[in-house]
Design a protein around this ligand. Structure first.
Ligand SMILES: *[C@@H]1O[C@H](CO)[C@@H](O)[C@H](O)[C@H]1NC(C)=O
Ligand SMILES: *[C@@H]1O[C@H](CO)[C@@H](O)[C@H](O)[C@H]1NC(C)=O
Ligand SMILES: *[C@@H]1O[C@H](CO)[C@@H](O)[C@H](O)[C@H]1NC(C)=O
Ligand SMILES: *[C@@H]1O[C@H](CO)[C@@H](O)[C@H](O)[C@H]1NC(C)=O
Ligand SMILES: *[C@@H]1O[C@H](CO)[C@@H](O)[C@H](O)[C@H]1NC(C)=O
Ligand SMILES: *[C@@H]1O[C@H](CO)[C@@H](O)[C@H](O)[C@H]1NC(C)=O
Length: 394
């Protein structure tokens, strides 16, 4: 018969033993971390054990080859070195990492049974310096251009961004895998116009392996376009004797030099006074005979353009010339006033004939007087006549 004590003994002892094993197995376990390294860099692979009863640690590569067993190097590879070896830690370093080094590395703790932990070594492929294709120099205005930017060797696939003078524009992306890395291509299509001349198109490669210094390529467009011409002038109402400067502002690429000045379809008539300097035509002392249509013409291999300026040389006495207008108006006003006055006088005389002596006297004097005052004076000294008149009218 089993006593309660012995029953307890059988249950408690295994339980105690089990718990001891459990504690040891929890702590005596290798711990590793995934590592990411840029191609060409150095990766440290660390394996730790919290509580180790002097059991050996080992690192092996994705091909299951042992790299280090404790502090003993197992694989002949100069790139792989021991950093630290103790019962608690085994750290090795792999320098000049290549994409082939990527994979699952195993840390083994030689307990019974062996305990392992796996760390993934990620190798980043550095994108190659991008190149811009598809640009011919120069391009003609109106041409369609497709700029292509290609970068290969990235892992993971790189991002390509386009900028037109710092301002981002959208590109069309295409990604192809080649082995472990990617070739990324991005293109932008543009119809070139004159505003694109001198504009920089930049293709920038963004990638986790280039976090601090993205790679980029830039192409500056050179756009050829036919000239466009306009004339600016120095005077609004050029007068005789004035100095006049006309500038032929012509924009074109290549620069349309020199410009050609003509007057009324032929050569400039007076070389001495009409001086052409660069794009400017200066007429030193304007004369009425300079009146006419001045034309400047500029051309390059893409075309010809011209602009015209009609010169009207004002007379310096322009104000006096305009005088007759005022004189005319004044004259008309004077005539109107005179006619009105005449009408008043005629009307006055007509009324006087019907009102009798008083008015007749005045009117009588007015007959041979040059003006009203004289008429009154005359009238005063002619009472006799006035009486005659009075009789006549009554
Ligand atoms: C690797 O470990 C060594 C020694 O601890 C240290 O000097 C080095 O910076 C580490 N390298 C990396 C990439 O962590
Ligand atoms: C582990 O090894 C050291 C010597 O390297 C020794 O002093 C120690 O007693 C050992 N510990 C165990 C638990 O075996
Ligand atoms: C380590 O990397 C592997 C493969 O990429 C992944 O499956 C695993 O979850 C990672 N482990 C940790 C702790 O990040
Ligand atoms: C990707 O592959 C396609 C088909 O093989 C090919 O036509 C294209 O040019 C490739 N693109 C790049 C960026 O390599
Ligand atoms: C304008 O030109 C005519 C003929 O060339 C000349 O006789 C005249 O003196 C000139 N007038 C002025 C203001 O220069
Ligand atoms: C100058 O040109 C105007 C028209 O532009 C014309 O009416 C005028 O008669 C011209 N004067 C001379 C002196 O040629």
């Amino acid at each position: 018969m089993l006593s309660i004590k012995s029953v307890c003994f059988f249950f408690i002892i295994p339980a105690a033993a089990y718990s001891t094993v459990k504690v040891r197995s929890q702590s005596q376990f290798p711990i590793v971390h995934n590592v990411t390294v840029t191609e060409g860099g150095t990766a440290n692979m660390t394996c730790r054990v919290e509580h180790n009863d002097n059991t050996s640690l080992q690192w092996s590569n994705p091909a299951q080859q042992t790299l280090f067993f404790g502090d003993k190097k197992a694989l002949r590879d100069n790139r792989i070195e021991l950093v630290r070896a103790s019962w608690q830690e085994l750290t090795i370093s792999i320098s000049e990492v290549t994409l082939q080094d990527e994979g699952l590395y195993t840390c083994s703790l030689f307990t019974m049974p062996i305990k392992t932990a796996k760390a993934y070594l990620t190798v980043l492929g550095v994108p190659e310096m991008p190149e811009i294709d598809g640009l011919t120099k120069p391009v003609k205005e109106g041409d369609h251009v497709t700029l292509t930017c290609i970068t290969s060797g990235s892992k993971p696939a790189a991002e390509i961004r386009w900028f037109r003078n710092e301002k981002e524009i959208k590109g069309a992306k295409e990604v192809n895998a080649s082995g472990k890395t990617f070739t990324v291509k991005s293109s932008v299509q543009l119809q070139v116009d004159r505003d694109d001349d001198g504009v920089a198109y930049t293709c920038r490669v963004d990638h986790v392996a280039l976090a601090l210094s993205p790679q980029q390529a830039t192409e500056v467009l050179e756009v050829h376009y036919a000239p466009r011409v306009e004339i600016t002038h120095s005077a609004v109402h050029p007068q005789e004797g004035d100095y006049l400067k006309l500038e032929c502002v012509s924009k074109g690429n290549p620069s349309p030099d020199p410009v050609l000045w003509t007057k009324d379809g032929s050569e400039l008539p007076d070389i001495d006074r009409m001086i052409v300097e660069g794009r400017e035509l200066t007429i030193t002392s304007l004369n009425k005979t300079d009146n006419g249509t001045y034309r400047c013409e500029a051309s390059n291999h893409l075309g010809t353009s011209s602009a015209e300026y009609v010169l009207y040389v004002y007379d310096p006495n322009a104000l006096e010339q305009r005088g007759p207008d005022h004189a005319l108006i004044g004259g008309v006003v004077a005539v109107v006033v005179f006619v009105t006055l005449c009408l008043i006088i005629v009307l006055g005389r007509y009324l006087a004939r019907h009102k009798g002596t008083y008015l007749t006297n005045e009117a009588k004097g007015a007959d041979d007087a040059p003006d009203a005052d004289t008429a009154i004076i005359n009238a005063d000294g002619n009472h006799a006549h006035a009486e005659e008149k009075k009789e006549y009218f009554i």
